[in-house]
Design a protein around this ligand. Structure first.
Ligand SMILES: Cc1ncc(COP(=O)(O)O)c(C=O)c1O
Length: 392
């Protein structure tokens, strides 16, 4: 079956109605937005059809998480990750970021340390503060030379651990670098987690977007069974099937005690399930696979275009992302940016009207994150603008 990832869907001025989006309405009309992490593609036809049927029903009272959705996630997990999970390990909630906060509230006490690595998706950096816990961070090891990957720095991570440290907020695959951590890196992490008796939230939101042919995601809790009973795994169909606005995510918690504590903390702080989000999630997991495969081909092609282009920009480096549609660019040595006060993100916005995400928000100033989950034409237009100032 053919899917269309080339024809632009008008998100700036949809002909059907006035439906502002964060991505397209934050900046002016002349700006090409390659920032917030959603894609410019329509969701899989099977998802749209399921939503149409649910909308036609016309009654949107309080729903319940369908058992059939929980089963669809169990099936997806076995088939794609080789991990047999039980339906009742799943707690559905409106988002992964709320789950990060709830985990901190539920599983730690005021003053406990909440540890993460940088660079990292910005909300990770605010969880501790928002929940009255102690923020703790360790930097990843940046590439030593162009083309090398970002690496987990286990020594730095261990050095950041104090007697207060209780919870690790982990991200695999990693936003913003696109790293898919190696078994060796994860084994070191697992040993460290056990040694310091930590709990882990493993945000695996991007795990169905591994770009290399044949790559297979292994959930942290599945790779190291000793970790399963101290890990909350967060999944959602939102990145893979472009459903972020429908707010449906899933925490997989094998340990009954942790599950009870998490569910108790969630009471009153989050709404009941979004009936449309749950329908979309089930359709995506049951029928979205052919679309996902076609999407991965498109994203591979876009990654190739991007890597080729960045290679022509002196002083700019990128280690090709192994997953998702986000690219993490180091602009600290870019000649055009030398001597400017503005961040690279601000400078590029002002000079070429391309909106990227600012690395400073991820804990690493001088970097930007570029979202290539858009049509080839829009990506090309943005790269041409960037060529104008970054090409040698
Ligand atoms: C790693 C990661 N976690 C969480 C989120 C946000 O998830 P949600 O919209 O479900 O809160 C994102 C969005 O970009 C993300 O990249």
């Amino acid at each position: 079956m053919e899917f269309d990832f080339a024809t632009p869907v008008d998100r700036r001025h949809p002909p059907e109605g006035d439906w502002p989006s964060q991505k397209w309405h934050r900046y002016g009309e002349d700006v090409l937005p390659l920032w917030v992490a959603d894609m410019d593609f329509a969701s899989p036809p099977a998802v749209i059809e399921a939503l149409q049927a649910r909308v036609a029903h016309g009654v949107f009272g309080y729903g319940q998480v369908p058992e059939s959705l929980k089963q669809a996630v169990c099936d997806w997990s076995v088939e794609h990750y080789g991990w047999a999970i039980a339906p009742d390990w799943q707690l559905w909630l409106p988002g992964v970021v709320p789950a990060l906060h709830l985990a901190s509230l539920a599983l730690t006490a005021p003053g406990d340390g909440v540890l993460t690595v940088t660079p990292i998706y910005p909300p990770f950096l605010r969880v501790a503060e928002h929940t009255g816990r102690l923020p703790q961070q360790a930097a990843l090891r940046a590439p030593g030379a162009p083309g090398e990957p970002w690496r987990l720095d286990l020594e730095a991570l261990e050095a950041a651990i104090t007697p207060e440290t209780r919870l690790l907020l982990w991200c695999q695959p990693h936003n913003p670098t696109g790293r898919v951590w190696t078994r060796e890196e994860l084994a070191g992490l697992a040993a460290l987690v056990e040694r310091h008796d930590l709990l882990v939230v493993s945000d695996e939101l991007h795990c169905d977007l591994l770009l290399d042919e044949g790559a297979r995601h292994v959930p942290l809790a599945a790779a190291f069974p000793g970790l399963a009973y101290r890990t909350l795994t967060l999944w959602a169909p939102s990145k893979t099937f472009n459903l972020a606005g429908l707010t449906a995510a899933c925490a997989v918690i094998p340990d009954a005690g942790l599950r009870r504590r998490f569910a108790a903390a969630a009471k009153g702080l989050q709404p009941d399930g979004n009936v449309l989000g749950l329908v979309a999630a089930e359709a995506a997991y049951r029928h979205g696979e052919p679309w996902r495969q076609a999407l991965l081909e498109t994203l591979r092609d876009h990654r190739r275009r991007l890597v080729e282009r960045v290679a022509r920009w002196p002083g700019v480096t990128l280690s090709a992302p192994e997953s998702t549609y986000l690219a993490w660019l180091d602009l600290r040595e870019a000649p055009a940016l030398q001597g400017t006060e503005a961040s690279p993100q601000r400078w590029l916005l002002e000079h070429v009207s391309v909106a990227l995400s600012d690395g400073a928000d991820f804990g690493w100033p001088g970097f930007v994150r570029l979202n290539f989950g858009t049509t080839a034409a829009q990506l090309e237009a943005a790269l041409s603008r960037l060529d104008g100032v970054l090409k040698g």
